[in-house]
Design a protein around this ligand. Structure first.
Ligand code: PRX
Length: 664
């Protein structure tokens, strides 16, 4: 969709043009929270003049135990929002609704994978469960500011555990259930978690994934963990370690529900969530309390136009930031009804989502481009079999959506009547940053449209000057916003270096946030995201640092060096290709067997999602004179074998020739 050669410093050339536009229907706009482009423009203009005042207004829609006295404090790159304020996220997501008619409204409707079991929690019921779980955490010695790791599948108890942590001021660290024992161990140790909440197994595509076994393996080397709480879900065999492991149902049975929500400082650490960066070590992105909630509550209301009679279904996993911000915190803060589904979209058949939408009468559906590409491949027959007329709004997140997939989504799922909200944001941004406001914005297929009110995004060159229309450049945010990450847990230098060093403060501004993404704005000012400019790639909507995969490969005893690059893939967005050199004393024998072994090794080290799609053995890797692997060349090789661009810094040309030779 875009290439990355440039002649102007820092600019990236883009080859995509798209002229179709789609306006929301009058019927949709009339009922929307923001009903017209004119209204949106006036909000945006006012917010741009004074973003702090704008966000203060949004924060006022939350319930604070004590109002803030300093709305915003900035000491590059450390932000404080709503300083002096006291607030509790679990209170805002639950207790607040209990004094209203919503107390008996469905907060969470959950559907299990294997037999379609349905469990519904009203706001009162969810509140009760969360209070009990908070009581259990306290009884196991968890205190305010302790870190609690959560390694679960898509079960209501994962939501309950997160809200229970928030209730007592413990910081949760949710680790995606698809990660391996090794990845879990690393994330527990880096965050110094005192407790782990997990389950025996999770259902996924008809089989039970044994989470407890992986947790046991991880906990062998996690000295900070004192207790683990284990939910019984699959009924599979597990070993319980006396004194450490406790059954969820045993402790919940006798737990007190008399646990008041703890008033927490606005900057209290709410959660840590690990995400990939361009080095081998995942980054523990830290989010705090008041600002985060203000951001996700406002964006849920504005972008999903959420109303009391909606049923909102987000297909993300709870282990990713989308699950945090737009399954749990944003929707519940708005008193919405959330549908949560446990399993795979193609179990038992590839129409499971459409079946869920039809049976539950879902009105808002939020998914990822990689899923949409899979739906397209599975065929129109599956959505056509179902009545999807309850839908009124559909959304995407996670990677650029190509215009054809966007059009398919619009016609086949949205039946040409639902606005599409293509939402650009990141783990680090906490909430949505660039997206259409559905009753107000004309959409273009493949564009996330404009920055939301209060978000000052731009596309700039390396020297900080703004790009011309259609000139590709670096996507930056020019003013801090309340949901932004506050630091990388335990590594504030890396935080500064990664996000705030490209555009440090000058006489004119206080420093800009660099997203790591390339983008362009078209002549109408629409943003077109072009993907990552660093060594981070998007595979099936999951962000992976290629360096992380490389270090997993190098940890195999046969491997000397590895370089991992992405290759465009129709289904997954990107596929991973690993170039591997073997240690000198190794005679590998059956190379195909070794390839499989290495792929599985990465599966064990990181998780299934990170397994390279292709492994190529080579005698050497192309390097610069200073020893840096030239991944750009490898990318060009996997993309088709044509080497363009400058190669004068290459150390060993014969290596390059060999790699090309291997290709042919
Ligand atoms: O490259 C962008 C891409 O996903 C990255 C963020 O990944 P992660 O932190 O895992 O969060 C994913 C869910 C918010 C971004 O830097 N990305 C995300 N949404 C979009 C996108 N690229 C294009 N369009 C989007 N709507």
């Amino acid at each position: 969709m875009a290439s990355s050669s440039s002649n102007r410093q820092g600019s990236i050339s883009s080859v995509q043009t798209e002229n179709r536009t789609f306006s929301p229907s009058d019927e949709f706009s009339k009922k929307a929270h923001i009903p017209s482009a004119k209204k949106l423009e006036s909000i945006r203009k006012k917010a741009a003049k004074n973003p702090v005042e704008f966000w203060e207004k949004q924060a006022e829609s939350l319930e604070w135990f004590r109002r803030w006295n300093i709305a915003f404090k900035w000491k590059h790159p450390v932000a404080e929002w709503f300083g002096g304020g006291k607030i509790n996220i679990s209170y805002n997501c639950l207790d607040r609704h209990l004094n209203t008619w919503r107390r008996n409204k469905a907060a969470l409707i959950w559907e299990g994978e294997p037999d379609g079991e349905i469990r519904t929690f009203t706001y009162s019921q969810l509140h009760h469960e969360v209070c009990k779980c908070a009581g259990v955490l306290r009884s196991l010695g968890v205190k305010k500011s302790d870190v609690v790791a959560i390694y679960m599948g898509m079960v209501p108890e994962a939501v309950i555990a997160m809200l229970a942590c928030a209730r007592i001021g413990a910081t949760h660290n949710v680790v995606f259930g698809g990660f391996s024992a090794e990845a879990l161990r690393e994330r527990i140790n880096d965050s110094k978690a005192v407790m782990l909440i997990t389950q025996d197994g999770a259902f996924r595509r008809g089989t039970a994934v044994n989470l407890k076994q992986a947790a046991d393996a991880a906990l062998e080397h996690c000295p900070s963990i004192k207790h683990s709480l284990v939910l019984r879900r699959t009924g599979g065999e597990v070993t319980m370690k006396a004194g450490r492991d406790h059954w969820w149902h045993d402790l919940m049975r006798g737990a007190t529900s008399n646990i008041a929500a703890e008033p927490l400082g606005s900057e209290h650490p709410h959660f840590i969530l690990y995400t990939s960066g361009s080095t081998g070590k995942p980054k523990g992105i830290l989010h705090t309390t008041g600002g985060y909630l203000a951001h996700v509550a406002y964006t849920t209301k504005t972008v999903f136009d959420i109303k009391d009679d909606d049923l909102y279904f987000c297909t993300a996993d709870i282990g990713w930031v989308t699950g945090h911000s737009y399954i749990v915190y944003g929707p519940l803060a708005n008193g919405a009804s959330v549908l949560m589904y446990e399993g795979a979209p193609n179990f038992p058949e590839p129409d499971r989502f459409w079946d869920i939408i039809e049976r539950h009468k879902v009105t808002i559906f939020y998914t990822a481009p990689t899923a949409i590409r899979a739906f397209i491949r599975w065929g129109d027959g599956y959505p056509l079999k179902h009545d999807l007329s309850s839908l009124r709004l559909i959304g995407t997140v996670g990677e650029p959506i190509n215009p054809e997939a966007w059009m398919w989504y619009r016609t086949m799922i949205g039946k040409n009547k639902c606005p599409i909200v293509d939402t650009w944001w990141q783990t680090e941004t906490g909430g949505i940053m660039i997206a259409p406001v559905p009753g107000a914005t004309d959409t273009k297929p493949g564009s996330a449209t404009f920055a939301l009110p209060g978000i000052l995004a731009d596309v700039v060159r390396k020297d900080g000057t703004s790009c011309e229309p259609n000139e590709g450049g670096l996507l930056v945010v020019k003013h801090p916003w309340p949901g932004m990450a506050r630091t990388i847990f335990g590594d504030k230098e890396r935080y500064k270096e990664t996000y705030w060093s490209n555009f440090p403060p000058t006489k004119e501004h206080q420093g800009w946030y660099f997203t790591g993404d390339g983008a362009r704005k078209d002549t109408d000012g629409y943003f077109w995201i072009m993907g990552r400019v660093d060594d981070v790639v998007n595979v099936s909507g999951h962000r992976l640092g290629t360096a992380e995969v490389e270090s997993a490969l190098v940890s195999h005893p046969y491997v000397a060096e590895a370089a991992v690059v992405a290759k465009p893939d129709e289904l997954k967005g990107n596929a991973l290709v690993a170039f591997v050199t073997l240690k000198a004393n190794i005679t590998a024998g059956d190379l195909n067997k070794l390839k499989e072994e290495l792929r599985n090794h990465v599966g064990v080290e990181i998780g299934h999602i990170a397994k390279p799609d292709e492994i190529r053995f080579t005698e050497g890797l192309p390097k610069t004179r200073s020893g840096k692997i030239m991944r750009r060349l490898l990318r060009e090789i996997v993309a088709g074998g044509v080497i363009s661009g400058d190669t004068t810094t290459l150390e060993d040309f014969s290596v390059l020739e060999k790699l090309r030779g291997d290709e042919e």
